[in-house]
Design a protein around this ligand. Structure first.
Ligand code: BGC
Length: 807
């Protein structure tokens, strides 16, 4: 028989058993090798903002990039392409073949817990930026993984929620970023989500996976399941899934062989999956003799070159929402009071699988004190509700004095398996521990260097016996919400306060099975130790005093990985704790007040009109504090534009609900997502800030706008002048408002352009034909729009600079 498909000669050499084995992971993040056909073992790693490696915790220290919304806020494909290239180098250094990103789900509701991993609420912006990231990564031989296919916009009941949406919303909005990235950059893999889509699990979605992605779009890559998302054998196999992750185990191992032999899954279908896997191996250099990715020279995670890159990339996405009287940049002679918990412990990344083991995280207090002399720092109010693991250095390994813990792992008979020194203060245990026998219990020990009134405690599922200075006893912590994944992603905690002498060794033993009958639960376990929280009134009074003594008060407010995380959604956009009261007290006391928002996603800013400037910094990565300091002082410009519309109040947005009702989550707003549904478009009141808003440190004049016909959609022209004193960048945004009353306004094109101070440039922004159409439910196909209506050239739809009539 002649081979009709690539790789057929190799596939022909494999038995059904061998083929099936290849289609489930060997471990959490690696696949099986098949030496007989020259196939090496592929390795995958999370995640969008750093290449964590093959371990969930405790792996190598790797570079922590700014989070996805910061990168996307640059509105600059070149930024994303550069990041893709840098991540590819980080991946190659660790022999990783596929990086599990980018995440191209959309900011449907601002409550979504994983928004920080996703680019924006707009499908075009998301798709174009994702394509650039994929190109950057794959140009270096490292595969990308677009995730999570599809309609995976929130985390409540995440393993079972049924996202219910019209085919029009699916095609025009939620599939569009996948389609754009596939068409423009051909990512080598996709990840099928945990949720259902219109009643069918994403991993079994024949309509999406087979008909649309592999059929209509002709895509030849590989679809893997999200981790443990695939549960059924035949349904997933015929539904278009190609690879079950993680392994070992899962619904294919041991079951798919008989399903093929019995004809329930056709052999050609199995071969097609193997073909897609071999193509991936080929593309990443894992197929054939002597192959394998080259490691190359990669700068160290803390090298000067990485410091420069990570600082600059963070500043590119920082977004200035107001700047009354040019209070920013700060001037060297000004006395500055820097206030707030996130100023002292800045949130540099979100929680969950996007988490990486960073070499360090520069706080804003450290960053600013290195560059500005006239500075006082005041801690702010408490912003967390759950316990947080001790800062390494606040506790040290009692045996070695290294920052971190000593962790002794025990087997079921209490026999020591291994002792780890200088371990992280919270580590995942009970999963791929690398011990000769399974870990049944662990003893965590840490010496407190500074004494005083401390908060001490433990984190993680299990039966705990604690001897934490004055606090002794037993504690039982169960699996949160019955979801075993939550033991890893949102572990429970227990805390108490007491006087602790300096040099005290805190010790806690945990049995990894929460009850006597139960099996070991894999998940994070850690020790809590930090100074006991002070009364809020006292903290606020001290902050106000510092503000009164300064020329400018800079208050940093924000969220933590409690809100911006996988596995949980927010319930409100209100800042946690008494942060609003803190800002108001500072405004009352200070001459000028700048608020820095350390959050990736919208928060409510009831004080917005009272303050002089608002700067959104997202989760800025390991160099966060340095980048913020340089931006505040004007050494770097905050050139970001918002990627999400910020509502004025809870609920004041077109898509708000994230809690399924009887398992179903209705995407009721249809295609009117985010800015598309706000005033004056009818579905939600005017927002606090629009997608696309952002000032920077210069001003812009727009003139001579006109429209010209393009090959498939119009091209908008405009003359742009940088009217300020500083060389800068502008994002020219073109929105299309169709004449059809049932069609939402939409971003149709954008261009990022550098313009020197005082200079003028003529720019042409082509509208993307992929938003110049609508899905016609009746005929089940794409239909053109009339092409009539208006083009709006705007700096976000709250600041429209030109209106051009079409047709
Ligand atoms: C997440 C994925 C991630 C995977 C592997 C899952 O919980 O949803 O985004 O890539 O874990 O860590």
């Amino acid at each position: 028989m002649t081979a009709t498909h690539p790789y057929d000669d190799l596939i022909a050499q494999l038995s059904v058993e061998q083929k099936v084995r290849l289609l489930t992971g060997e471990t959490a993040f690696t696949l099986w090798a098949e030496p007989e056909i020259g196939l090496g073992a592929l390795a995958f790693s999370d995640g969008p903002t750093g290449v964590r490696g093959l371990k969930f915790t405790g792996g190598e220290r790797v570079a922590l990039f700014p989070n996805a919304t910061v990168l996307a806020s640059s509105w600059d494909a070149e930024v994303l392409r550069e990041v893709g290239g840098l991540l590819a180098a980080e991946a190659r250094r660790q022999d990783v073949n596929v990086v599990l990103g980018p995440t191209v789900n959309l900011h449907r509701s601002p409550l979504g817990g994983r928004l920080f991993e996703q680019y924006s609420e707009d499908p075009l912006l998301t798709g174009v930026l994702a394509a650039a990231y994929v190109q950057g990564l794959q140009a270096s031989g490292v595969g990308a993984c677009l995730k999570h296919l599809v309609a995976n916009e929130s985390e409540t009941e995440r393993r079972s929620v049924d996202s219910a949406l019209s085919e029009a919303a699916l095609r025009e909005v939620y599939l569009l970023p996948f389609e754009i990235a596939i068409e423009d950059a051909d990512p080598w893999t996709l990840m099928a989500a945990y949720n259902k889509v219109n009643g069918v699990p994403a991993t079994e979605q024949g309509h999406v996976q087979n008909e649309v992605v592999k059929g209509e779009w002709g895509w030849e890559g590989l679809i893997m399941s999200d981790w443990s998302a695939a549960t059924r054998t035949v349904e997933t196999a015929v539904g278009g899934l190609d690879l079950v992750m993680p392994g070992p185990g899962g619904p294919w191992e041991g079951h798919l062989v008989s399903a093929v032999h019995e004809g329930r899954v056709p052999l050609e279908m199995l071969d097609d999956k193997v073909r897609r896997l071999l193509r991936l191996a080929d593309r990443t250099g894992r197929l054939g003799e002597g192959s394998g990715p080259e490691r190359g020279e990669v700068p160290a995670v803390d090298s000067a070159v990485r410091v420069e890159q990570l600082t600059r990339l963070a500043s590119r996405g920082m977004t200035l929402l107001s700047n009354v009287g040019g209070v920013l940049p700060l001037r060297p002679e000004q006395r500055v009071a820097l206030i707030g918990r996130p100023a002292v412990t800045t949130a540099c990344m979100g929680g969950g699988s996007a988490h990486v083991n960073a070499p360090y995280e520069v706080s804003i207090a450290d960053g600013l004190s290195a560059l500005h002399e006239n500075l006082t720092v005041a801690d702010g109010v408490e912003i967390r509700t759950r316990g947080v693991a001790a800062r390494p250095g606040f506790v040290v390994d009692p045996a070695t004095g290294e920052p971190g813990l000593e962790i002794t792992l025990l087997d079921a008979d209490g026999v020591e398996l291994e002792t780890r020194h200088g371990a992280e203060t919270a580590a995942s245990l009970g999963w791929e521990d690398g011990t000769p026998r399974p870990v049944a219990a662990a003893v965590l020990r840490g010496r407190v260097e500074t004494g005083g009134r401390l908060e001490v405690g433990v984190i993680g599922v299990g039966r705990w016996t604690v001897a934490l200075g004055p606090v002794e006893g037993e504690q039982y912590l169960g699996v949160p919400g019955g979801d075993p994944g939550a033991a890893l992603l949102t572990p429970p905690s227990w805390r108490a306060e007491g006087e602790v002498e300096p040099g005290t060794v805190l010790q806690a033993r945990v049995d990894l099975a929460p009850d006597d009958e139960g099996a070991t639960v894999p998940g994070i376990r850690g020790l809590i130790a930090r100074p006991a929280p002070r009364p809020t009134a006292e903290v606020i009074a001290e902050a106000a005093e510092a503000a009164a003594d300064a020329d400018v008060a800079v208050v940093v407010v924000g969220l933590t990985e409690e809100q911006e995380t996988e596995a949980a959604d927010k319930e409100t956009l209100r800042l946690p704790g008494e942060q609003d009261a803190l800002v108001n007290a500072v405004v009352d006391a200070a001459k000028r007040t700048v608020v820095v928002v350390n959050a990736a996603t919208p928060v409510l800013m009831p004080w917005a009109e009272r303050v002089d400037a608002v700067l959104v910094i997202g989760l800025p990565g390991q160099e966060g504090g340095h980048a913020v300091a340089k931006v505040l002082l004007g050494e770097l410009e905050p050139t970001g534009r918002l990627v999400t519309t910020w509502p004025v109040a809870d609920g004041a947005t077109p898509g708000w609900n994230v809690a399924p009702v009887e398992g179903r989550l209705e995407y009721r707003e249809g295609t009117y997502v985010g800015y598309r549904g706000h005033f004056p478009f009818g579905h939600a009141p005017e927002p606090a800030a629009w997608l696309g808003e952002g000032l920077g440190y210069t001003t812009w004049a727009y003139s001579n706008a006109f429209v010209e016909e393009g090959p498939a959609a119009p091209v908008a022209h405009v003359t742009l002048r940088n009217t300020g004193k500083r060389d800068s960048r502008e994002v020219v945004q073109v929105y299309y408002r169709p004449e059809e009353p049932d069609q939402p306004v939409r971003l149709a094109g954008f261009l990022n352009v550098a313009v020197a101070a005082g200079e003028r440039v003529e720019v042409a922004v082509p509208c993307d034909p992929r938003v110049w159409q609508r899905w016609d439910e009746e005929s089940g196909g794409w239909a053109s729009l009339s092409g009539k209506g208006e083009l709006l050239i705007a700096r976000g739809l709250g600041d429209i600079r030109a209106r051009l009539t079409l047709g």
